[in-house]
Ligand binder design. Structure first.
Ligand code: ZN
Ligand code: ZN
Ligand code: ZN
Length: 347
C-alpha cells in the first residue's frame, strides 16, 4: 500500500491542475548546495539613498512626499502602461501576439525602511490591507482593467530591488496565465459539485488539521497538499469571499493578524529574514460576478535547509514537473512548532 510519508508519489494541484513529484525518501541524501549570502539583519529606520523612503527622490525624478503611513505611486519603470494601442498579430497561427495595456503601482507599507510585515503592529498592517482593498477597487473600476495582481517580493533572493517593505500592483487588461488556470479549475468544480472548491478544500484541511499552521476568526493558514516550495503556504478566507471588496472590518484586521503571524513564523525558522514572493488571488475585475472565485494568498519562499541553502527549480523541474523532498505535512509541523514572537523581538 502506498505510504505518502515514505514513498515517491505525485500530488495534484487542485487550483491549477499541475502535478508535483514528492520524494520523501530523499531527505537524507548528501547535500553540498549553493551557499547564499545572509541578508544583514539590521536595516536603518531611514536610508537617505532609498527611493522609497519619505522625502527622497526617485530615479524617474519624482520626489516622495514626507508620508507618515502608507504611500502608493505609479511605478516609474512600469511593465504595463495605459493607452497601448489595441492590436494583435497572427502569422499563420504560428506567431501570435496581442497588445496589452495596464497600470503598475508601488505601495510602501510604512515610512519605516526597516519595518517588515512580521514586525509591524496589527493596526498598522490593517492600514496596508485597507490600501490593498482600495487599490483593487480603484484599479478594477477602469473599463480596460480586468485583473489586479497585488504581490510582495521580499529579499534579494526573490529579486526584491529594495529592502524597504513594499508591494507591487500590476493591473492588466488580460487575465494572467496562473489566474486563468485557477479560475477554470474553480469554475469546473462549481459546475460539477455545485459548491466552492476552496470552501470544500478548507473544510477538509481543518477537519484533519495535518497541514494547518494557524488560524484566526476570519482566515486559516496552511501548507497546501500540493505545495512545491519547501515552506509554501496559503492563507484562505473562512467565509466565501470572492475578493477584498467583500471584506468586513473583522476580515481586514484578520488578514493583517494572520500575515504578521505567518511571516514571524517564517523568520523564526532559520532566524533570518525569510525571503518569499507573496500575492493575492481574487476575482478578476472584468465585470462578471465570478461566484467560483475564493479569495486566498500564496506564499512561495525558496529557502530549504538553512538561511543560506535554497531550493532551485532546475533539471527535471524545468523539463518535467516540480519536485520536493520534505512533505507538505512535515513542513506544516515545522511551521506549527515555530513561536509567534519574532526572534528579533518587536511588537
Ligand atoms: Zn526606505
Ligand atoms: Zn468558497
Ligand atoms: Zn491561487
Amino acid at each position: 500500500m502506498l505510504d505518502l510519508t515514505l514513498q515517491p508519489h505525485r500530488r495534484l494541484n487542485l487550483l491549477d491542475g499541475s502535478w508535483v513529484l514528492v520524494s520523501p525518501h530523499r531527505t537524507d541524501r548528501p547535500w553540498q548546495g549553493q551557499v547564499e549570502k545572509t541578508a544583514p539583519d539590521a536595516q536603518p529606520s531611514y536610508d537617505p539613498n532609498c527611493y522609497l523612503c519619505p522625502g527622497n527622490s526617485r530615479a524617474g525624478g519624482a520626489r516622495n512626499p514626507a508620508y507618515a503611513s502608507t504611500f502608493v505611486f505609479d511605478n516609474d519603470f512600469a511593465a504595463l502602461v495605459p493607452g497601448t494601442p489595441a492590436g494583435a498579430e497572427d502569422r499563420e497561427g504560428l506567431l501570435i501576439a496581442a497588445s496589452e495595456q495596464g497600470i503598475c503601482r508601488v505601495g510602501c507599507f510604512s515610512p519605516r525602511h526597516d519595518l517588515t510585515v512580521a514586525r509591524m503592529s496589527v493596526p498598522d498592517l490593517t492600514l496596508v490591507v485597507d490600501v490593498w482593498a482600495g487599490q483593487y477597487a480603484d484599479l478594477g473600476r477602469h473599463p480596460h482593467i480586468n485583473h489586479v495582481q497585488i504581490f510582495e517580493n521580499r529579499g534579494a533572493m526573490m529579486g526584491a530591488s529594495n529592502p524597504h517593505p513594499h508591494c507591487q500592483i500590476w493591473a492588466s487588461g488580460s487575465i494572467p496565465t496562473e489566474v486563468a488556470a485557477e479560475q477554470a479549475r474553480q469554475a469546473d468544480w462549481r459546475a460539477s459539485h455545485g459548491s466552492c472548491l476552496l470552501c470544500d478544500y478548507l473544510a477538509l484541511e481543518r477537519e484533519s488539521g495535518e497541514r494547518v499552521v494557524c488560524e484566526n476568526e476570519a482566515f486559516a493558514a496552511l501548507v497546501p497538499f500540493w505545495a512545491v516550495w519547501p515552506f509554501e503556504t496559503m492563507i484562505v478566507s473562512k467565509r466565501h469571499l470572492t475578493a477584498m471588496d467583500e471584506f468586513d472590518q473583522t476580515e481586514r484586521g484578520g488578514l493583517a493578524d494572520i500575515m504578521k503571524r505567518m511571516t514571524t513564523r517564517y523568520d523564526n525558522i532559520f532566524e533570518t529574514p525569510f525571503p518569499y514572493t507573496m500575492g493575492f488571488h481574487q476575482r478578476p475585475t472584468d465585470g462578471l460576478a465570478h461566484p467560483e472565485w475564493h479569495f486566498h494568498a500564496h506564499y512561495f519562499p525558496p529557502l530549504l535547509r538553512s538561511a543560506t541553502v535554497r531550493k532551485f527549480m532546475v533539471g527535471f523541474e524545468m523539463l518535467g514537473m516540480p519536485q520536493r523532498d520534505i512533505t507538505a505535512e512535515s513542513a506544516a509541523a515545522r511551521l506549527r512548532a515555530m513561536p509567534e514572537v519574532h526572534y528579533l523581538g518587536g511588537d
